[in-house]
Design a protein around this ligand. Structure first.
Ligand code: ADP
Ligand code: ASP
Ligand code: MG
Length: 442
């Protein structure tokens, strides 16, 4: 069971989380928790304040974090909070000296940033654990860094599967009624250095634990009733989807549906483990089941993702030539820039990129053999479903719904589970509203 930031966002919700875990007692449970809501953002702020030499601002952020966690533990544990407060104190002493150190050198490497970000989950799980013990549950606190083993790509580390799965099954011989509480999002390299799995990565931790333990199911508990036809923050009328296939869920999250992290499905796929998305604030709602295959066809959901750059490469040499695309993509490969959507004509190729980190080098290298142009501030709107393209009426409705919104690119996923459109980021919400309205009705 993985619980997200809002699910552990305050004392009341933490108790709800433990109620839900307790309702499973007949089976052993691994409870994977995120940081309390907004805490990871505050830790990122500390990194920025350290780099900018803003000592007093940094102190204010740290104090805010202290207050949040100490207030929560006091509210939950009442007079019993001494042991928990002492455990928090140890973490805050470490967090404080790390922040001071970064402030002194005014530089935050991706490695120290991960050390800093790890505190969010480490703090929230201390509180959950102390409360579980107080409530008489057979709980154990596991430091996820001792079992989640990753490479050294700090900031978005990749799991080393064999080492991780072996460590989890070695460490966790679960007995019925036992509740293991551990952190999502964090891990460590083979040398023991703290790493993180990327923003939103606790969902991924959840399925890694599930797969390593060959769990009967993985539950992702969040703040909405399940995976919906689109982000309910953009379209309040969005509806819950009862069941969705692995591929469709992966596609949706990859193209921006924040409700699950894009890597979440991957560990579950190999063993066919069902993944449920459920609402901590409304546990009676059934939720969404993510399973290997579903029946039916047609549109399932709409996702949107900002921060997209479109790179267009033009060359008359492309005309009737072979090998041009290869040399172009080789440049992307050399700089480890991954490409999402592609559209080609005889004389030009457009691709989208969602991480502009090494884009400058890519442009520089391609410019030696072709004309190249970049547009930033774009967004992808992705329609996910089955055999969308085959239904001409559907495609017609989608395009007429978008009347008045300039389209920069259109791409049909070769698996035929998605139809993606690129629009300016300023038009994204509007495009999603119009599409949802026309294709799902109100
Ligand atoms: P957690 O902290 O539990 O991991 P997140 O904030 O990461 O929660 O994800 C849940 C949020 O995802 C919802 O509050 C909702 O606004 C957003 N969201 C985006 N797309 C969808 C979708 N298709 N279905 C449900 N929620 C979505
Ligand atoms: N706390 C991390 C984040 O906010 C991981 C997660 O919540 O999934 O990105
Ligand atoms: Mg999340």
């Amino acid at each position: 069971m993985k619980f997200g930031g809002t699910s552990v966002g305050n004392a009341k919700n933490m108790d709800k989380v433990l109620d839900i875990a307790r309702s499973m007692v007949v089976q052993p449970v691994v409870l994977v928790s995120s940081a309390m809501t907004k805490v990871t953002d505050a830790l990122i702020k500390i990194a920025e304040q350290a780099a900018a030499n803003q000592g007093s601002e940094l102190q204010v952020t740290l104090d805010g974090l202290r207050e949040l966690h100490f207030n929560t533990i006091r509210e939950l544990l009442g007079d019993d909070h001494a042991a928990g407060a002492a455990a928090l104190e140890v973490l805050f002493a470490e967090l404080s000296s790390l922040s001071r150190g970064l402030l002194l050198i005014r530089e935050v490497s991706s490695r120290s940033r991960d050390a800093l970000l790890s505190f969010g989950e480490r703090l929230s799980t201390v509180i959950l654990y102390q409360r579980a013990v107080q409530r008489g549950m057979k709980a154990r606190l596991l430091d996820a860094r001792t079992v989640i083993k990753t490479d050294e790509q700090f900031g978005s580390a990749h799991i080393i599967k064999d080492a991780t799965y072996q460590a989890i099954s070695r460490e966790l011989g679960l007995a019925p009624g036992e509740l293991v509480i551990t952190q999502g999002f964090i891990g460590s390299t083979l040398k023991g250095v703290t790493s993180t799995l990327g923003r939103g990565g606790s969902d991924y931790s959840g399925t890694i634990f599930g797969a390593a333990l060959q769990a009967s199911e993985v539950q992702i508990w969040t703040d909405v009733d399940g995976i919906m036809t689109t982000d309910p923050r953009i379209v309040p009328e969005a509806r819950v989807i009862r069941s969705i296939s692995y591929t469709e869920a992966a596609e949706l999250s990859f193209f921006g549906a924040k409700v699950i992290h894009p890597s979440t499905i991957q560990p579950a796929v190999e063993l066919g483990i069902p993944v449920w998305v459920k609402n901590t604030m409304n546990p009676a709602a059934i939720g969404t089941e993510i399973i290997p295959e579903t029946n039916g066809s047609g549109l399932l959901a709409i996702a949107g993702k900002k921060g997209i750059s479109v790179v267009t490469v033009r060359s008359s040499r492309m005309l009737n030539a072979y090998g041009f695309l290869r040399s172009m993509f080789q440049v992307f490969e050399e700089h480890k820039v991954s490409v999402d959507l592609i559209a080609t004509s005889e004389v030009s190729v457009s691709v989208t990129v969602d991480d502009p980190t090494h884009l400058k080098q890519v442009i520089h290298d391609i410019a030696t053999f072709a004309e190249v142009e970049v547009e930033h501030d774009q967004a992808i709107v992705c329609l996910v479903g089955k055999q969308l393209w085959k239904d001409a009426a559907f495609v017609g409705r989608a395009f007429s719904a978008l009347e008045g919104i300039p389209l920069r690119m259109v791409s049909l996923g070769s698996s035929d589970v998605n139809l993606s459109l690129v629009v300016s980021k300023h038009d994204m919400e509007q495009a999603i509203k119009k599409l949802h309205n026309s294709l799902f009705g109100r």
